[in-house]
Design a protein around this ligand. Sequence first.
Ligand code: NAI
Length: 454
Amino acid sequence: MEERFELVIIGGGPAGYTAAIEAAKHGIKTALIEKDTLGGTCLQRGCIPTKTILHGASLYAKAQREKEKGIFGGELKIHMGMLQEHKREVIHQLQEGIAMLMKKNKVQVISGTGSILDRHTVLVKEEGERKIFAEKILIATGSKTAVPKIPGWNLKNVLTSSEILDSEEIFPRLTIIGGGVIGMEFASIYSDLGCQVTVLEFMDRILGNMDREISQNLKMILKKRGVEIHTGAKVEEIKQGPQGNLICTYQEKEERKEAVSEGILLAAGRHPAAEGLFEGSFEIETEGGRILTDENGETSVRGIYGAGDVTGGSMLAHAASAQAVNAVRHMAGKPPLLELSCIPGCVYTDPEIACTGLTQDEAKKQGLEVLVKKYPMSANGKTVLSGEDRGFIKVVAEKESRRILGAQMMCARATDMISQFSAAVVNRQTLEDLGRVIYPHPTFSEGIGEAVRD
Ligand code: NAI
């Protein structure tokens, strides 16, 4: 007998498993198809493993810096094998958590590769093939690393972020191609681990989508730690060097240069993973490989939805799960729960970077008259006592109403503190609304109070 579900979700990452849990809340009979293990890129090759390695590397680097002050003594070593083991345990624990949630919510998890045959039929291929009837379908297949086909991209020790994340080796020198979010997080990790890092970025600045001041500040901080950053760098080829090292040739300001290292990380973006999703003549509207969706998450075929990286956009785990929740609520005839117009962006470098809402430039482009307030974290007690690097909190508000439009932060715990500003943007609060709040002392969050008050 044909299996029938009210909702069939293809992909078990943050969009897919969050959608399944939301569906259970509305009493929707759901199946979740996953070809790998539950958790998606975020849990297996992205957010969680990267931040676990980063946590270890950052502790190590901080202790080294304290050692320089004479606070700690003796030899300090990092054991990459143990850190990798810890990473595997973290992934395993969280994976089990998701599996348990699926069970508790009576979601049927089906192992295999899902594709869409027609509006109501999903095909699952594993050893054999099975057809599943779906009243509604959610495509949540995520994204894949975009490997730039630079000559030599497939040489040994030219790695993607997923590959380097599993490596126990700390290369003495690492060249990173791409100065976006992934590139800069790995530059921070590997320089913390004592590796000589060189970043080659094609555009005129690193973190090109972020506030300009953030790019400049991060560049300065990393430079002070010995990271070489070349912007406007057009990579031409990678060759095997004479001593088993790798030579990456690039053009910078019309000049041909070389970066020599033992390892190369390719961090030049990600692509939506939509290939092979449709069988025969069945089609859904796409653009540049991403599935197009409307404000409800519905695709060009009614009843088929998309959420997460496969729909393009910001490609962030929290954006994916928020889109998924709203999409399932739309299927259930419920209003959206989450405000998708304000998606925070976080970069887990040291110091952390976090942004929400509009930057000054974006607000100006929208014709808004703005007021920008900035607080240097070098004046924050907790920042000084914990030996953190210089950073700042910047708040963008509408001039007349003093309504907060956005914020950009670069300081310790920025990725946790940004939510205060997201709450202000979503709930249309003013500078005074945040200014009335008492922030405990000594904390990093005191900087928020200082930034919003006159
Ligand atoms: P990205 O698009 O942020 O950055 C890629 C960078 O590589 C760009 O600046 C681009 O100009 C540069 N580039 C491309 N080809 C190049 C070449 N041949 N030579 C030199 N530079 C080149 O992509 P990234 O960093 O790979 O991240 C992928 C996605 O994953 C993003 O959407 C990002 O938001 C997301 N992500 C988010 C994280 C977070 O929230 N903390 C962490 C990791 C990824």
